[in-house]
Design a protein around this ligand. Structure first.
Ligand code: AMP
Ligand code: GLY
Length: 420
């Protein structure tokens, strides 16, 4: 098979690493990729939002499958275009991807289909939004409706801070993405990420992971896109997974089909494990980053037949995925200043050495500059390891982290602390 993979982060490096192991693969091309991905397959400099360019590339290489990494490609309709061309696409149409691209859409969908989630209101008017806060105690949850690169959620400890967030979002801080705000009840509990494949009709679970959203050890500091993950997730028991499948995943896939927006691709449910059971924090229409990295390390089955089955409506006939019994950990190495203002351009030494069979280092935001590897983004490298236990995986991951010489970066030393 010829496969086109879209994206340039650590998630896509992990997907490329796993796809490359498939005996079904003839040719893998990644657009635009990154230096790590370029070390393992062809890359082409086409932007993830350039639908014309990506569709032309898929045709040029005779793609039998296009695998979409980021939500930004889905939002601009890459899946819709590929459907017109008759090219199987692992990724949701722009309409179906609203489960990620519009928080208001998802909350209203949750109402229509009885999904357990936080109480909420949607507002375009600041005064109405502020008066809605009266019925809640702090902390207050305020969200920009659209995609805001992970920065559109404010958990405010005071009314002053909450009011300011509303003014800020409705005042145009996120452009159109902030033209509406969603205000939610604050939920308490541990968070976990649950993944399912869907072909429009059938859903199939594809593992779970836990992320660390805060920048610094002990869950301190600003929210980030994720500083590290681990899988399996002791807090998300099999019984809770089954409850989430029955109350969220299955009705979501059925509801999207019923409403004329069949959902194809990966459905990522951000869960809050509350005292009254799992509740939906948000849906994403893509693999989590860096959740995907630990899932790919633990997945024993060939990924390609699963992605193809989801893309072509054949999941009911697909073989249920098998997993390695080992645990996996991913430690994110970020550029100093991340998430507010990452300092790019610093030199990284030793990222591509041989770390042994149980360690993989994925590139997330790197660039090769006259032979030197440099930081080119916020989250820069993902150091991942497998181990017989989470503890062993963690030791292996940090041993590898310590062999990478990068004074311009920082990372958390406590990934998986809740589970250990
Ligand atoms: P989201 O982008 O919607 O996933 O929100 C980012 C983070 O904000 C989540 O991972 C949670 O930690 C937190 N959060 C979002 N919504 C709520 C809520 N209703 N209650 C408590 N925490 C929330
Ligand atoms: N790691 C969280 C996310 O991908 O949204």
């Amino acid at each position: 098979m010829n496969i086109l993979l879209i994206g340039s982060g650590g998630r896509e490096h992990a997907l490329a690493w796993k796809i490359a192991q498939s005996p079904l693969l003839t040719r893998l091309v990644c657009a635009p990729g990154n230096p790590g991905i370029a070390g393992m397959c062809e890359t082409r400099l086409v932007k993830v939002t350039d639908v014309d360019g990506l569709a032309a590339l898929a045709q040029e290489i005779g793609a039998d499958l296009v695998v979409v990494g980021p939500e930004s490609s889905l939002e601009v309709g890459i899946a819709d275009r590929l459907a017109e061309l008759g090219i199987p696409c692992f990724g949701a149409t722009a309409a179906a991807a609203q489960l990620e691209t519009s928080k208001a859409f998802t909350k209203q969908f949750a109402d229509r289909h009885g999904l357990p989630t936080a109480a909420y209101g949607v507002f375009e008017d600041a005064a109405l939004a502020k008066s809605y806060l009266n019925q809640f105690d702090p902390p207050y949850v305020i969200k920009a409706d659209g995609l805001a690169a992970g920065k559109g959620v404010v958990i405010a400890e005071s009314r002053t801070e909450a009011d300011a967030a509303i003014d800020d979002m409705l005042g145009g801080r996120f452009g159109q993405a902030g033209a509406r705000v969603v205000i939610e009840e604050f939920m308490t509990g541990e968070e976990a990420s649950l993944f399912a494949l869907s072909d429009g009709q059938t859903a199939m679970l594809l593992g779970a992971a836990q992320d660390h959203k805060r920048a610094f050890d002990g869950d301190q500091g600003p929210n980030t896109g994720g500083m590290g993950t681990y899988s399996p997730t002791p807090a998300l028991t099999d019984a809770l997974v089954e409850e989430a499948r029955l109350k969220m995943i299955a009705p979501t896939v059925a509801g999207m089909a019923e409403e004329g927006m069949p959902y194809r691709g990966v459905l990522y449910a951000g869960l809050m494990l509350t005292p009254t059971g799992p509740r939906l924090v948000e849906y994403n229409a893509r693999f989590g980053d860096p959740e995907c990295q630990v899932l790919m390390l633990r997945l024993k089955s060939d990924l390609v037949p699963l992605l193809l089955a989801a893309a072509t409506g054949m999941l009911d006939k697909a073989v249920v995925p098998e997993w390695h019994s080992e645990a996996a950990i991913c430690v994110v190495l970020a550029a100093k200043g991340y998430p507010e203002a990452p300092e790019t351009g610093s030199v990284i030494v030793g990222a591509d050495q041989d770390f042994g069979p149980d360690v993989e280092v994925f590139h997330a935001g790197t660039v090769l500059d006259s032979g030197a590897l440099k930081a080119a983004g916020g989250r820069v490298l993902n150091v991942c390891a497998l181990g017989a236990t989470l503890g062993q995986a963690r030791e292996r991951a940090y041993a590898a982290v310590d062999r990478i010489d990068w004074p311009g970066g920082f990372h958390r030393r406590d990934i998986a602390w809740r589970a250990l």
